[in-house]
Design a binder for this molecule. Structure first.
Ligand code: FES
Length: 512
């Protein structure tokens, strides 16, 4: 039997060197390097573009359809469509971005042993090993969700799950990946699995179902509700995880629709359910989640904001990684762009997009209708990065969805945004977005001292849950009784409010 030839791949700019047999898929190799495949590798979205600097990678029909002759000539390829036939040097258009961990101090009742808190996101995973008697974080690991090679967002993940063996594949992948993260945590903290007593996982409803082996079919169509959103508890041995025999693995309960236990954890972390005054929590992403209320009543909802806040579906959009314009300011009527990693600009990430549009409104390069001034089709931020009319439209759709969702919840609560005592912004985007720009584009119409970036509240909430068993079972039954999920897709007023919220506020409307 003849052995397959092995090829060498050098990945720029990371400098990582890989070896793989001829015919290996570039998708599988680059996924391990943090490259995302937004359409699940179907050759439709162009999101996985790489530039071949040395060597030859054949362009198949899908690539010839999606890439211009000039791009092909310049060496651009869709990584998801390439298999290895030569030694290559490739340059990644997107690469590893910072994943938000949590180091917020918290109060706790000491318990013996060690625990692991896991924030299981659609895109990223963060796990922390915690000493339950001191509250000290002993080790942290982050990773891209291994399921992401089968689709970057929730909907493409659901689509994959519907295919034969799809759900089982996703379940297997994520259970194995978390087991491996826990092993890495133990190795770096030099502890044994026997010392781990409790693992708490939080995530959105789709992640909850895919990890727990629950059918996701009800989440793939109207009314996007599942009946099996409660706490799920496993023995570590049942998952074939090498931990203490008595240790339990709990996936905390979801709140309804797509509002998962990451938001329940956010409520625990921000103490929303203990507030005497009205407060709110927002997690801005493709699926924007909103909670408003006080100690007696909380309303929550999720709204499909589209991927603009994550820099996706934007012509030169990218994740918040090296080369991304992350901040835009106006100085002497000129745009000043800050680029991550201090390199030449290559694209714009979500926070840069919000800033750029706020700046454009300020210097009237963009009108409040969202139109570019003088009928232009695109607007240059910093060569070669431009915003197109369509990019601005995507941001309008995202911000209108969030603003409409917030208004409906606040109406249920009998209050308005301006009367909130504090609004917490969860997650990476909430951490990096400039609050004044969010206000300028009408995403959050609140003075900036009433808006607080709250970091990774999902992870902090999961850690808190390691110390609180909430009575006997950890189901947070009493708290969940005070939280009402509002299905926005069934709300008659949503569409009208959404249309009202599409325009950007005129400058006179934005108070200081
Ligand atoms: S074109 Fe979408 S992942 Fe490759």
């Amino acid at each position: 039997m003849t052995e397959k030839k092995t090829h060498r791949i050098i990945v720029r700019p990371t400098g990582v060197e890989l070896r793989a047999p001829a015919g290996a898929s570039l998708r599988d190799l680059l996924f391990e390097q943090g490259v995302e495949f937004p359409c699940g590798g179907q050759g439709r979205c162009r999101g996985c573009r790489v530039r071949v600097l040395e060597g030859t990678a054949e362009a198949n029909a899908a690539q010839r359809e999606r890439l211009s002759p000039q791009e092909l000539e310049d060496g651009w390829r869709l990584a998801c469509q390439c298999s290895l036939g030569d030694d290559l040097v490739v340059e990644l258009r997107q690469w590893d971005a910072a994943i938000l961990v949590d180091d917020t101090p918290f109060h706790f009742e000491p318990r013996p042993g060690l625990g692991v808190a896991v924030d299981l996101g659609t895109t990223t995973l963060v796990a922390q090993l915690v000493n339950l008697s001191t509250g000290k974080v002993l080790a942290v690991r982050t990773a891209l969700n291994a399921q992401a090679r089968y689709g970057a967002d929730i909907m493409s993940r659901l689509q994959f799950a519907a295919a034969e063996d799809g759900r089982a594949t996703l379940e297997r992948l994520i259970r194995r990946q978390i087991a491996s993260l826990i092993t890495h945590l133990m190795v770096s903290a030099k502890v044994s699995g026997d010392e781990i007593r409790d693992v708490v996982l939080v995530g959105n409803t789709v992640m909850h179902h895919l990890f727990c082996g629950i059918d996701v079919e009800p989440l793939s169509h109207y009314p996007f509700e599942s009946n099996e959103i409660g706490l799920q508890t496993f023995r570590a041995s049942e998952l074939e995880w090498n931990l203490n025999k008595a240790s339990t693995v709990r996936f905390l309960p979801c709140l309804g629709g797509f509002v998962g236990s990451d938001i329940l954890a956010g409520i625990l972390a921000t103490k929303l359910a203990k507030s005497l005054e009205n407060v709110g929590l927002m997690d801005l992403g493709t699926n924007g989640e909103i909670v408003v209320g006080n100690q007696s009543k909380l309303y929550c909802a999720s709204t499909a904001a589209g991927p603009a806040f994550e820099g996706a579906r934007i012509s030169m959009g990218m994740r918040a990684a090296t080369g991304a314009i992350c901040q835009v300011q106006v100085e002497d009527e000129r745009l000043v762009c800050q680029v991550l990693g201090n390199v030449a600009p290559q694209g714009v990430c979500g926070s840069g997009l919000v800033d750029a549009v706020a700046a454009g409104l300020e210097i009237e390069a963009i009108q409040s209708s969202g139109r570019l001034g003088n009928g232009a089709k695109e607007w240059t931020l910093a060569e070669p990065v431009v915003l197109t009319q369509n990019d601005i439209r995507e941001l309008q759709l995202a911000k209108a969805a969030i603003a409409a969702g917030s208004r409906i919840l606040l109406e249920r609560l009998g209050t308005s945004l301006q009367d909130l005592k504090m609004l917490y912004l969860a997650g990476a985007f909430g951490n990096y977005i400039r609050r004044s720009s969010a206000r300028r584009i009408g995403l959050i119409d609140l003075p900036i001292d009433k808006v607080t970036p709250a970091g990774n509240t999902a992870l902090l909430g999961a850690k808190l849950a390691l110390f609180s068993l909430d009575g006997e079972d950890g189901s947070y039954t009493e708290l969940r009784c005070r939280i009402e999920h509002v299905p926005l897709n069934a709300d008659q007023s949503f569409q009208d409010i959404f249309v009202e919220e599409l325009a950007f506020p005129s400058s006179t409307h934005v108070r200081s």
